[in-house]
Design a protein around this ligand. Structure first.
Ligand SMILES: Cc1cc2nc3c(=O)[nH]c(=O)nc-3n(C[C@H](O)[C@H](O)[C@H](O)COP(=O)(O)O)c2cc1C
Length: 225
């Protein structure tokens, strides 16, 4: 698969088949993803991959946690700015509406929306969950590098016929997850990534989030032709 196809075919997959993924495949994806550039070649990423019984144990652990703390434990970093303004706020609302419309959940049905949100904590049925973490001492520059690394994981997954969903939802349970994967105190969980084969029949995977037209976010000048 060439890089254009990998980029074009990646989307946030929210329903997976249970088909197991060999450890070797996951190791290869993570190892190759570490070809991502990083300022000073610091390579500021850490990955904890879980599957099988270990992943099932996490799902079992999360169910009562979700009931106790429906909104989570509080994030250790801000996921959005306090005042998200247009056009960004409009895009966020629009993608949420597309997601819930695809599964027939009306906007006002908060319980059904929450049930879908809670699927995050089952990795949407994926057979592999990756947790991506970063040293607490690191600054904005290293967080950007982490983004390149995560994107590499998601594009490489396409090359192996797999799909992904990056999930900041996991960052709302930092204590539970840090304990579960035994993160050192000096390290902060950034996100989870669900990894596996897409359930192509699921309507939640049937739509694609739109993008703003090029003119809205880029300028070009001085080109000869
Ligand atoms: C860092 C990051 C965290 C995200 N967290 C979640 C999440 O917790 N749950 C979820 O369903 N989607 C999550 N998404 C997916 C975004 O909603 C999605 O990327 C966006 O709507 C664009 O859609 P696309 O990825 O299908 O192109 C996340 C994406 C990123 C990059």
């Amino acid at each position: 698969m060439d890089v254009r196809d990998a980029i074009a075919s990646r989307y946030s997959c929210r329903s997976f088949l249970p088909t197991p993924i060999p450890e070797k495949t996951v190791r290869e994806i993570v190892e190759r993803a570490a070809r991502a550039p990083s300022a000073g070649n610091i390579q500021p990423w850490r990955v904890d991959a879980i599957a099988g019984e270990r992943l099932e144990a996490l799902r079992v652990l999360m169910r009562p946690r979700m009931s106790e703390l429906p909104k989570g434990e509080g994030t250790e970093y801000p996921i959005y700015p306090a005042d998200l303004n247009p056009p960004y706020s409009d895009r966020r609302v629009a993608v949420g509406e597309m997601l819930y419309r695809s599964i027939g959940v009306p906007r006002e049905d908060k319980a059904a929306r929450y049930r879908q949100y809670a699927r995050n904590f089952e990795f949407f049925g994926a057979p592999v969950g990756l947790f991506v973490s970063i040293e607490r001492s690191f600054v904005l520059g290293q967080w950007i590098d982490l983004g390149s690394f995560i994107q590499n994981i998601m594009l490489l997954a396409r090359d192996y016929g797999l799909h992904t969903c990056p999930q900041e939802a996991w960052a709302s349970f930092p204590r539970t997850i840090s304990t579960f994967i035994d993160l050192p105190d000096t390290t902060m969980l950034f996100c989870g990534i669900a990894l596996g084969h897409a359930n192509e029949q699921a309507t939640i995977n049937s739509w694609r989030a739109p993008r703003a037209p090029l003119r809205d976010f880029a300028t070009f000048s001085g080109f000869a032709d």
